[in-house]
Design a protein. Sequence first.
Lengths: 364, 162
Amino acid sequence: MLNVKTILFCAFILGGISQLNAQEDTSNYEEDYSIYDNLDYVDEGTKSFASAKISGISPARLISVGYDFQGSYDISAGGIGAFGPQTARVNSTQGLRIGANIPVISKNSLIVQLGGQIWDVNYDFNDPNSLTHPMLSALSNNNLTTLGLNSTIFKPLNETNFILVQLASDMNGDFDLSNFQAFKYNTYSAAAIWGKRPSDYKQWGVGLSRTYRAGELNYIPIFLFNWTSPTSKWGTELLLPARGHIRYTLNRQNMLFFGFELEGNSYKFDEGGISMANNLFTPVDDLQIRRSELRVRFQWQRKLIGFVWIALEAGYRNNYSFNVDEVPGGQDFYRGFFGDQPLAIENSLTNPLYFNVSFNLVSP
Amino acid sequence: MNTKFKLMKNLKITLLFAFASLFSFGLFAQDEADLLIGVWEPSHGKAKVKIEKIGSKYYGKIVWLKEPNDPETGKPKVDKNNTDESMRSTPLRGYRILKDFEYTDKKTWTEGTIYDPENGSTYSSTIKMKDENTLDIRGYIGVSALGRTDVWKRLQMPSKKK
């Protein structure tokens, strides 16, 4: 006959076994680490994949909030239609730069990141009331804004080879956030790289890109080369021709860089003034500033607290392009080296010093 | 009287089964939690990590390094990137990089942290077992969305030396 004593006895035995199991401490067995030298995977079919990073590379930014400032310089705007050329002094060009890059798929066999950015460029003219050229007036009245979405896809093919794809769409122009410009004027950029990661200290790749970094639409080959010395003190982070830096690591929370970045895009601006004036001549429509600058710079990246890093950079902003093209209906064209499409306005800029500060939440 | 006796007997049998089921479930959950114990290789292949159980929590220490010596000093690698200066001479081999994981359910361990010796940062972390030989280890900052998942593969347990 079953009674309460039997039940309690069973409970005691079972409970005791459970308790013994919970208190098992396996921390002190085996300190001879040589036994771990040659261990096979339990799953024989296990595949290894190339990592997206190399040892010693600067941390990726999940969220970034920055401020960019260029010192004074001159803009010489070329004539268009009824408007003659005009040169104007810009006291400064500055603006906020906010960006985010969030991994949405993060596996050994595939990494997909989605990102977005808002960049603002404000032109502070020395004497805005004297501006008669419609492009200069447009720049004085409205900021140039970029709203962008992008995605980065890293697909390792095996232990050493990988494919890297970057896609981006940007709305660029002198619109404001309460009155967006039409999507048909968005620019679309893409890059695809096939690469190798022969060691933890080196990765390289070659590929093709469709880019607006030179201001106007371009199709160019690209070259990736990230390298870290065995001591981790020196390294390179190159994605040519877009950017290239030499890295010196003081320690893993404190790094110095020297290099350059080619930065640019194509910005639609309000050409109302030009169109009105040109009713007497020929109508112009859908003008875009092909803005591109080569920034030669020093950069200092340092961990501030927790996962927040500060990046301070200073250098020389060298104008590469500030010309204006007519892009009717946003239907862009490729001029390349041999195209003979005429420029709508031919501009030139002198070159100032600049600095940039940003606070960044860095990725694990 | 006879009916009352039968009722009592049935009640005792029911209770016995209930207790037995409860403890069996406890043991089963315990077994499932301990599936985490073993030697694992992170995706970068630069280390092997042995996960063990201390008390009711799970910890993981580096037991093997692909590059055991620091190229700069020629000596065994130490935790030189640690933000705590007093830890910078601690050898990396034997270093606990996974700490305080507790089994929740559905082959998931939470409440833990993972330390990255490459940058000296410690991240919040959860572990999910995709199958008995594969772990998804996620390190994140604050919220899980701000993080990265690494896949670790189980290695054969070494035979103990006598």
